[in-house]
Design a protein. Structure first.
Length: 191
């Protein structure tokens, strides 16, 4: 017996299993139990999501950060609750703490940049890079998310590398907003 993929198809599968006489009763019972567990987890996730939305709406810093393209309520609330912007001397230090800057190798006065360090806060970095990937997905010339900088970067670099660069930029903007208390101001588009 086959069915479509995804949690949304569990009820359909359970109905088909219950009406199929070839499925042994023990298997039907096990699948009903698994279906009840999925429904219970769905309820718990929904409750946690509502609680997170209430906390996001009650936190003014989180509200401001959510205005940055690519940062949603979860990312904004995580940044607002985790980060003390005063601990960092600059936005670059904050991006380095998140692990979004290249490793630096210096010797004899020469600096060489290596790969992205990934040395910082993995959860926040993952949220920012995921948000950057969603911005890149919809980046097209003439769209809101299609800034000239991003479009030029996408022409030269692979999408995932561009996502890390965009996440770095988003982190720096978030640090500036948390440090100054200002609201997000999108870049003016020349044209």
């Amino acid at each position: 017996m086959t069915t479509g993929k995804g949690i949304g198809r569990v009820d359909d599968l359970l109905d088909r299993v219950a009406s199929d006489a070839t499925v042994p009763p023990a298997a039907q019972e096990m699948l009903r139990f698994a279906g009840a567990e999925v429904a219970h987890l769905d309820e718990r996730i929904g409750a946690l999501d509502r609680q997170m939305q209430r906390r996001h709406k009650a936190n003014p810093v989180s509200q401001k950060l959510a205005q940055i393209p690519g940062i949603g309520p979860i990312g904004a609330l995580s940044l607002a609750l985790t980060v003390d912007a005063g601990r960092f001397q600059s936005a670059r230090h904050f991006a380095a703490w998140l692990g979004l800057v290249p490793k630096q190798h210096a010797t004899g006065g020469r600096q060489r940049l290596g790969g992205i360090s990934q040395a910082g806060n993995e959860r926040l970095r993952r949220l920012l890079v995921g948000g950057a990937m969603s911005v890149i997905r919809f980046a097209k010339p003439g769209s809101k998310s299609g800034s000239a900088w991003l479009l030029q970067l996408l022409e030269r670099k692979p999408r995932k590398l561009a996502a890390v660069a965009l996440a770095n930029k988003m982190a720096r903007i978030a640090w500036a907003m948390m440090s100054s208390g200002d609201a997000y101001r999108p870049c003016a588009v020349a044209g």
